[in-house]
Design a protein. Structure first.
Length: 386
């Protein structure tokens, strides 16, 4: 999921387990200076009851001391992140193995057949559309502010928050500390050491945020992969891309829609969103569009290259009044496969489509966001954003 190649689209629950990843940011990145200044001073947090010493998957030995590999991690993180060793160790001693998080992240026993039609129906549906219109109406001023500052249309921001949590209705009840520690040290697929390392990096970010007082790691809740708040930011994304949207000199992605709105817009811009471009270029692709699918998270073709292969521009509402600026940008061919129905839909993604894939590395996900955004924009009386 976090390598620069497209993953197979899988069940929605797994895809949404941990969104807004911070894989493109350097591991040593910290909160921006303004955010550091606004973060409250770290306060002592209540220790949790000790974890059962009989849990063979746990992180402490029968005497309550960190197991050797966890202790080594604590020493390394304390040194690398310049944290008090006692703070790191105390937090890890309070972490507990979460069998349910491990189970939900376990590889499927049988391959899931990809279905674009089924996937899209989960997210471009009446509940999210009605709730999205309400959310847009209620937070119009902040959405307009985000659009003016970052160049991200309100429809896209609203659609992402809708796909992620139905506007805060489903943000997850897992202990973020337990879930991330479980996936960092007991990842259920031994053939994916890269995933274990990813969650170890996220755990380090969580410990930093706890030390800075940005959040209480012992009380934070989220998805089974540790994603938090309305926009489901992982700790690394909260650290690097979250912004104060309501002016209270703090960041709360769970309780402040303004913070969530501005943070989503900032995340997209930091990952390549370009104001004034549609998500999909108004292009008719050739019959052999399948051969043009690159499968990565970056656009690879010049418009001239696509034209040479038989693509033509079309003037439809899909252009959304954006003009022809997309012709000067790199483009990618997106495949939306429905294996049970033996069909496939192909679209031409602009850099803005691929910016969304950095939020969740799935063509299905980014296309659903774009399609939901289009439905929301139409109901709010705006032109289609893609």
């Amino acid at each position: 999921m976090f390598k620069p190649v497209r993953i197979l689209q899988v069940a929605a629950a797994v895809l949404l387990g941990g969104c807004a990843s911070s894989h493109t940011a350097p591991p040593s990145a910290q909160l921006a200076p303004a955010q550091q200044a606004s973060a409250p001073a770290a306060a002592p947090h209540a220790r949790r009851p000790p974890a059962p010493s009989t849990d063979i998957n746990g992180f402490v030995d029968p005497q309550g001391r960190l197991k050797p590999e966890i202790q080594e991690y604590a020493r390394r993180i304390a040194a690398d992140r310049k944290l008090p060793p006692a703070h790191v160790e105390a937090l890890l001693e309070d972490a507990r193995y979460d069998a349910k998080a491990a189970s939900l992240m376990s590889p499927a026993k049988t391959r899931v057949r990809r279905s674009w039609v089924t996937y899209r129906k989960r997210f471009v549906e009446p509940v999210r559309i009605r709730a999205g219109v309400e959310f847009w109406t209620q937070h119009r001023a902040t959405l307009d502010k985000a659009a003016a500052k970052y160049g991200v249309p309100p429809s896209i921001i609203v659609a992402i928050i809708g796909v992620e949590t139905v506007y805060g209705r489903h943000t997850g009840s897992f202990s973020v500390l337990d879930a991330i520690a479980t996936l960092a040290f007991r990842y259920p697929d031994p053939d994916r050491p890269d995933r274990s390392q990813l969650f170890q990096d996220q755990l380090a970010d969580l410990i930093v945020l706890d030390h800075q007082g940005v959040l209480d790691a012992r009380r934070a809740t989220g998805s089974f992969a540790g994603a938090m708040g309305l926009p489901q930011f992982m700790p690394g994304s909260l650290m690097r891309y979250a912004v104060d949207g309501d002016g209270d000199r703090g960041i709360d992605l769970a309780a402040s829609p303004d913070d969530a709105i501005m943070s989503v817009a900032n995340f997209l811009v930091e990952h390549g969103w370009q104001p004034g471009l549609p998500v999909f270029a108004p292009v008719a692709l050739p019959a052999d569009a399948k051969s043009l699918v690159h499968g990565g998270l970056e656009p690879v073709y010049d418009w001239e290259q696509l034209k040479t292969r038989g693509a033509t521009s079309v003037q439809t509402s899909a252009g959304g009044g954006y003009g022809n600026g997309w012709m000067q940008q790199k483009l990618g061919v997106v495949d939306l496969v429905d294996e049970p129905r033996k069909t496939a839909e192909y679209r031409s993604g602009t850099p803005n489509f691929f910016a969304i894939t950095h939020y969740n590395r799935s063509y299905f996900y980014a296309s659903s966001v774009a399609d939901l955004a289009q439905e929301l924009a139409a109901r709010m009386g705006y032109g289609a954003p893609n």
